[in-house]
Ligand binder design. Structure first.
Ligand code: ADP
Ligand code: ADP
Length: 231
């Protein structure tokens, strides 16, 4: 059974239909790339899966249980305890240091500062960020900032990492490095990745691809083995 799933999800913003019966599923430990043209509904679908938006119709299930019927407090707790997020523009707190930014989700979960910073520490070596622990994140390069954002998304060991165009603001080489690190780190800890991208080279890191068009989703097999790099 899938770990995270949308079934026939419909959602409109006022008069604008964004999702018109979209279904999508990702299994435990799987990397799923969600592709499709701009405006097709990819971000909206990701927000529904992550419990940020509630669909008008249809169901969203996590671990076999509906989450779209939970109230905002419970969905917020689920996001904090089970999900991680990486966005196109890192959305780091620029005044905080890199290690404080990585530790932030732990601090928000009530972990004490020393313990949270200790959990943040191994990510610097893992992501090639050694020496940047005390750097204010506003002073990092784009690629460094996105690696910090990635560590922040994974530091709580989430069941699902939601990544919305995580390499969209980076040049292609830097983007590929971030993508490789993201997939490797997620596989290491068994985290499922739902990755929105419009770049085929980025999607090539996924186990499966879904294509969203006009608010509907279709899932394809990528035909390349799990974890392989793009040709
Ligand atoms: P994608 O991620 O594929 O670019 P989106 O999910 O962002 O697509 O958007 C799908 C459709 O919904 C688009 O027509 C977009 O303009 C619209 N939309 C998205 N977010 C909002 C919003 N907050 N308010 C109004 N319309 C929105
Ligand atoms: P992406 O598709 O990468 O998420 P967008 O630029 O489409 O980025 O959307 C950025 C933000 O603006 C999102 O929060 C989205 O919900 C919102 N948004 C997108 N389209 C519209 C729209 N037509 N009206 C209002 N808000 C929108």
């Amino acid at each position: 059974t899938p770990l995270i799933e949308a079934r026939d999800v419909e959602l409109a913003f006022g008069e604008t239909p964004a999702l018109r019966g979209a279904s999508l599923a990702a299994g435990a430990g799987e990397v799923l790339a969600v592709m499709g043209p701009s405006g097709s509904g990819k971000s909206t679908l990701l927000h529904c899966l992550a419990g940020i938006l509630v669909p008008d119709r249809g169901e969203v299930l996590f671990d076999g249980k509906r989450i779209d019927t939970l109230d905002e407090n419970r969905r917020s707790a689920l996001r904090r305890d089970r999900f991680g997020f990486v966005f196109q523009f890192g959305q780091l707190v620029p005044e905080l240091t890199a290690e404080e930014n990585i530790a932030l989700p732990l601090l928000l979960s009530g972990v004490r500062r020393a313990a949270a910073l200790a959990d943040a520490r191994p990510w610097f070596a893992r992501l090639g960020l050694d020496g940047l622990e005390r750097r204010r994140s506003g002073e990092l390069s784009g690629g460094q900032a996105q690696r910090v954002a990635l560590a922040r998304g994974l530091v709580t060991r989430p069941r699902v990492l939601f990544a919305d165009e995580p390499t969209g603001a980076l040049d292609s080489l830097t983007g590929e490095q971030v993508m490789e690190l993201m997939v490797a780190a997620a596989r290491d800890q068994g985290t499922t990745v739902v990755l929105v991208t419009h770049e085929p080279r980025v999607a090539a890191y996924a186990d499966r691809e879904a294509v969203v068009r006009d608010g509907r989703a279709r899932t394809l097999s990528t035909g390349h083995p799990a974890g392989s790099a793009p040709a």
